[in-house]
Every structure is written in C-alpha cells, then in structure tokens.
Design a protein around this ligand. Structure first.
Ligand SMILES: Nc1ncnc2c1ncn2[C@@H]1O[C@H](COP(=O)(O)OP(=O)(O)OP(=O)(O)O)[C@@H](O)[C@H]1O
Ligand SMILES: [Mg+2]
Length: 256
C-alpha cells in the first residue's frame, strides 16, 4: 500500500507513550476498515501487555536464531536468508481483533551483524507497507526507532506529562528531530498526559513551540486497568480520554 501512515511515539520514560499507543490502536481498529499494525519497539514489550497480547516471538529472537546459525557456519545462502527472515517475521505477527502486532524485542547484543540488521529493517518496512496505519511505541529516544524499526515516519508524536522534565525531553527530541537526520518525519506534535487543569496546558503552551495535538487527563480507569494488568482495550467507550484520543487521531488525519 503506497499511502501507509506511520505514527511513532517518543518521550521521557513513564510519561504514557504505551498507554496512549494502546488507546490509539483501540480507536483505530474500531473506527474504520483500515488495516492497523502495532509495533512494540520497547524491549520490555509494554505495548503488547497493554493490548492484552502475549508475544510468542520477537524480531530479536529471529535475529538471534539466525546469528547462532551463522556462527555455527550453517547460514543459508543470501536469497534463502531473506526468504527465511521474511517468513519468520510474518510468523511473529500476532493477529488480533482489528489489528496485528509485531514486537521488536531487546536491543542488539555485542558484535555487528549489520547485514542481518539491515535485512530485518527492510522486511519490517515492507511488512509495514502492507498496512494502512502503523503505530510504533518506542523507547524514549528516536534514534532507536531509526536504527531498529523505520527511517521515515509520518507523524512523530512527542508525549509528555505536565512535568518540566517531561516537557524538556519532548522539546529536546523535537530539536534533535528537526534536522531530520535522526528520523525523517512529515509532522510532529505534542500530546500531554495526566493533565490536571487547563491552566497547566496554558502554562505549557508558553514553554514549547510544539503544536499540541491534545491532552489527556489523569485517569483512574487507565491506572486501574494497568494495576490489574488488563488490556487498555477494555476502556469504556464513554471514557472522556477515549474521545480525546479520537480528536487527536482526527487532527493527524488518521480517522475521518
Ligand atoms: N492518563 C493517565 N492517568 C493515570 N495513569 C496513567 C495515565 N497514563 C499513564 N498512566 C500510568 O502511568 C504509568 C506509565 O505509563 P506508560 O507505561 O504508558 O508510560 P511509558 O511512557 O510507555 O513508559 P516507558 O517509558 O516505561 O515505556 C502506567 O502505570 C500507567 O498506568
Ligand atoms: Mg512504554
């Protein structure tokens, strides 16, 4: 599909990237007939957990298996390697109601298997383009998304809570990202999380040049679902924060 839209989440640790990714995927998978891919690029596979999915195999498991073969000297030939990796990545996809999920797993171990890494990135890229919308839940930085998942994204979503530290990290990522070397993106915006009052948002507007896509409030339902280790797809439709997620998706032209 030529017009795949790729959304990537970045921001300081613990600000709500995974929760917001999960809620976006819930909304996207309900709202239209688009094919949705969730990519869990957090080594702790938090997104899978927040979507109630148990991951059988990560991209890094595939990578490690192949490296063991290469080290033993029984690596398949070039063309067979590509075929094998392609099959394995496809097999690692977890199909769910209205979306599929791919988990990337742990960062690379020592030793550069650059060819394996770049083949895998190519395969992830090809796979992503079979979907209409891809949501990538990353670690804090964007370098890791570039290095391990995707070079080009459409929407870079910087997530922050209302803390000065969270906003500082979002502003720094925006600055690093703006030279487009770290990651190539078409638009960038800020989503605030755990907001307690509009006054906080007004204040934050004065401390960032970023467009604010929207803000979620501090939410006991998110907290309780996470407390019980339950999927955020169980958020009730009446939840105000789900409405806010829909508005943010509209702002990014991902839903009508
Ligand atoms: N709007 C909210 N209201 C209440 N609790 C929230 C909200 N958003 C997130 N949380 C809680 O904050 C914690 C961190 O959220 P989350 O895991 O989504 O952040 P993260 O940015 O993905 O963290 P990490 O950097 O570790 O991956 C979780 O326990 C979650 O339940
Ligand atoms: Mg997370």
């Amino acid at each position: 599909m030529a017009d795949t839209k790729i959304v990537a989440m970045c921001g300081k640790g613990g600000v709500g990237k995974t929760s917001i990714s999960a809620l976006m995927i819930k909304k996207l998978s309900e709202s239209n007939s688009n094919k949705i891919l969730a990519i869990d690029a957090d080594p702790a596979v938090g997104l899978a957990t927040s979507l109630g999915i148990q991951v059988r195999k990560t991209v890094d498991d595939i990578r490690k298996d192949l490296i063991v073969k290469i080290r033993k000297g029984d690596s398949p030939g070039n063309r067979d390697t590509l075929k094998l990796l392609d099959y394995e990545v496809f097999d690692a996809l977890e199909e769910h109601d209205g979306f599929a999920l791919l988990a990337i797993g742990r960062p690379e171990d020592e030793g550069c298997f650059c060819r394996v890494n770049s083949l895998l990135k190519e395969i992830i890229g090809d796979l992503a383009h079979r979907f209409d919308i891809v949501v990538i839940d990353g670690e804090a930085g964007i370098e890791q998304i570039n290095r391990r998942v995707m070079k080009t994204v459409d929407h870079l979503v910087l997530v922050s809570d209302t803390s000065a530290k969270g906003l500082g990290v979002a502003n720094t990522i925006a600055l690093v990202a703006s030279d487009k070397k770290a990651v190539d993106f078409k638009s960038m915006g800020l989503v605030l999380n755990r907001v307690r009052s509009e006054a906080e948002v007004r204040d934050i507007r004065g401390r960032t040049d970023l467009e604010i896509y929207g803000w979620l409030t501090d939410d006991d339902t998110i907290r309780d679902l996470d407390f019980r280790g339950e999927s955020l797809t169980a958020m009730p439709e009446s939840s105000p924060n789900l409405g806010i997620i829909s508005d943010i998706l509209k702002k990014m032209n991902l839903v009508a």
